[in-house]
Write a protein that binds this ligand. Structure first.
Ligand code: ADE
Length: 234
């Protein structure tokens, strides 16, 4: 069973959408497990304060380091071999490749959600294994980023998608975006299904799909297309 822990100031946000559809079914089938830890539980004052001002001045607040550290230690008691991932816009970009790497972590993952301006650098230095960003934009907190991250990881956990789907080619394999798909009817609002897809000629279909994947990637992701060309030459 793949283990996920989430460390947050907003525990009520979870499991949220992860309890639905494919990830929800996989959870009900015991393929993965979620534990949510409330960082605020360690706050000592009457108001349960979780933030403090930043040394050196400037706008915004930081999460109190001792609360974050206590919560990580508690999660580690239950998942001693788990890796700690801190979700932050200043992290390494998340990718399909990273999702496979994280899915293969035997001890599971402890996901730390930052809030306010983030967390004290010493907590990162002492406890964090990976700093990860889900894209070049700033979210209100790491919680929002947890959903796409966990969903993408779980697709690579054995049994979650079922056998046939895992063998299926998909976007980002070979640095290409996937080719277009069609279903019935043959004609829809004046547009026809490309003839080759009805031909039954599998070699021709594979050739057409590769061409379309290249066309699409070149158009919308020139950066990825460049990578595809470089790797093809190897
Ligand atoms: N927290 C705020 N913005 C984020 C981002 N882009 N990725 C991960 N965590 C974040």
């Amino acid at each position: 069973m793949y283990k996920v822990a989430i460390l947050t100031l907003f525990p009520d946000m979870f499991p949220g959408i992860l309890e639905h559809s494919i990830t929800g079914r996989a959870k009900a089938n015991g393929l993965w497990d979620l534990k949510v830890f409330d960082i605020r539980q360690f706050a000592k004052d009457r108001h349960k304060t979780a933030d403090d001002s930043v040394y050196g001045g400037g706008a915004g607040m930081l999460m109190k380091p001792e609360l974050v550290a206590e919560t990580i230690k508690l999660a580690k008691q239950e998942m001693p071999d788990a890796k700690v991932i801190y979700l932050t816009p200043t992290g390494t970009p998340f990718s399909q490749k990273k999702s496979i790497e994280f899915a293969n972590l035997e001890g599971g993952v402890i996901l730390l959600c930052g809030h306010y301006e983030g967390i004290d650098q010493r907590v990162i230095d002492l406890y964090v294994d990976y700093e990860v960003s889900i894209g070049d934009y700033v979210l209100t907190g790491g919680e929002v980023a947890v959903f796409p991250l966990v969903d993408a990881i779980l697709r690579n956990v054995e049994g979650v998608l079922g056998n046939s789907a895992t063998l299926h080619e998909e976007s980002f394999d070979n640095d290409l975006l996937e080719y277009p798909h069609y279903t019935r009817p043959v004609e829809f609002e004046g547009l026809e299904v490309p003839g080759v897809l009805k031909s039954g000629n599998h070699a021709k279909i594979a050739q057409w799909r590769l061409e379309k994947a290249i066309e699409k990637t070149k158009k919308v992701r020139p950066d990825l297309y460049k990578k595809y060309l470089e790797n093809k030459e190897k």
